[in-house]
Ligand binder design. Structure first.
Ligand SMILES: Cc1ncc(COP(=O)(O)O)c(C=O)c1O
Length: 366
């Protein structure tokens, strides 16, 4: 029996634009092989850095292209932790609860104080966020659009409130936005970054979910001094991100392949979303959730207050995987994150059926 994987937030194989990427990398190899095969700089491959700067309406010095955006987050967290240490204090970072698990692990490993703020179907609780910011923080790490893991999208009015809080308290917000373009119907409200005004808002993006994760190309738009420190740390750590990956993605974008690929990905993800909603209604009607309007994930509250961690082993025995809520926040044990992006469309129904059987098995053991 082949396992049906709802665990990994990755694109399905058929979402990867294999031919276009092959052609893009052949073209850049043909054009500039020596540059491609040499070290780059900590700030990133210049043409890509400049085009991202243009996209965001900032100077190129504020953009740092990293080996995936997670690597950039790790560098940023290290810079903030060190700055705090030099001031004789411990860095503090506000996060949504639930939030993407890997940044949580990185922050904890660096000894940074993590302050969780609850999130509901309309995104982060802006009053709780304001109170947390009022106590001071080095960063508020938010994923406002098609959140990982909750699939939630911050409403337009809450976005305005977040920007106002950032400005009022002088707390830097990092808007992590790898999924923002992947809407199923209406586009998401404008990014926090685009409506920041004078507020301290930074942005991170990634080509992992819209093009291909194996390229390992993400980027940050930061206040200039922070961008300099992050690029310097990148240079000290790995000299430069892979020039081949960055140049290939740049060529892919410049050749006009990006927009049609995003459009294609939206269609495939929307189809998968429809299948998983149908399957949940059919096989797990007691589960509760907010239907995502884009992205890769659905966040379900399991029936009868089941502890999701207790369902992992029965699920594996049934041939389905998912990530239990506890990985994304201390208070999230009753939830499960299902990534509907990666399993074949025709296996989604069977996957949810197996998950339902695993819930029944876990209840019998409880
Ligand atoms: C919210 C969020 N940020 C960042 C990343 C990491 O992306 P990258 O592949 O660019 O490191 C992910 C990947 O799952 C994610 O969900």
């Amino acid at each position: 029996m082949e396992t049906i994987a709802f665990a990994r937030g990755v694109p399905a194989p058929e979402m990867l634009p294999v031919d276009e990427l092959q052609a893009a990398s052949a073209r850049v190899f043909e054009r500039d092989p020596v540059r491609l095969l040499s070290y780059g700089t900590g700030g990133g491959y210049d043409p890509l850095r400049r085009s991202l700067a243009e996209r965001h309406g900032v100077e190129p010095e504020r953009v740092v292209v990293t080996t995936g955006s997670l690597q950039g987050f790790s560098l940023l967290a290290q810079v903030l932790a060190r700055r705090a240490t030099l001031e004789g204090r411990r860095a503090r970072v506000i996060v949504e609860e639930p939030t993407y698990d890997r940044p949580l692990l990185l922050l904890e490993r660096l000894g940074i104080e993590v302050v969780p703020v609850p999130l509901d179907g309309e995104g982060v609780d802006v009053e709780a966020l304001d109170r947390a910011m009022a106590r001071g923080a080095d960063l508020a790490y938010l994923i406002p659009t098609y959140q990982n893991p909750a699939g939630a999208t911050l409403t337009a009015s809450r976005r305005r409130a977040v920007v106002a809080s950032a400005e009022r308290h002088g707390v830097l917000v990092l808007e992590d936005d790898p999924y923002g373009l992947l809407h199923f119907e209406e586009p998401a409200p404008p990014t926090l970054f685009s409506q920041r005004g004078e507020a301290p808002v930074a942005f991170s993006g990634s080509f992992s979910k819209t093009v291909a994760p194996g390229l390992r190309v993400g980027w940050f738009v930061l206040p200039e001094e922070l961008a300099f420190d992050v690029a310097t740390l990148a240079n000290d750590t790995y000299i430069s991100a892979s020039v081949l990956g960055q140049a290939t993605v740049h060529e892919f974008v410049e050749s006009g392949a990006f927009e049609p690929n995003v459009e294609r990905a939206r269609g495939m993800l929307a189809e998968r979303r429809t299948h998983i909603l149908d399957a949940l209604e059919r096989h797990l009607p007691e589960a509760t959730f907010t239907a995502p309007a884009g992205g890769y994930f659905i966040w379900i509250r399991l029936p009868d207050g089941l502890d999701a961690a207790s369902v992992v082993a029965p699920a594996a025995a049934e041939g389905v995987t998912f990530i239990p809520g506890i990985s994304f926040g201390a208070d999230c044990g009753a939830y499960a994150r299902l990534a509907f992006s990666s399993p074949p469309v025709d296996q989604i129904d069977a996957g949810v059926q197996r998950l339902a059987a695993a819930c029944t098995a876990a209840l019998a053991l409880a």
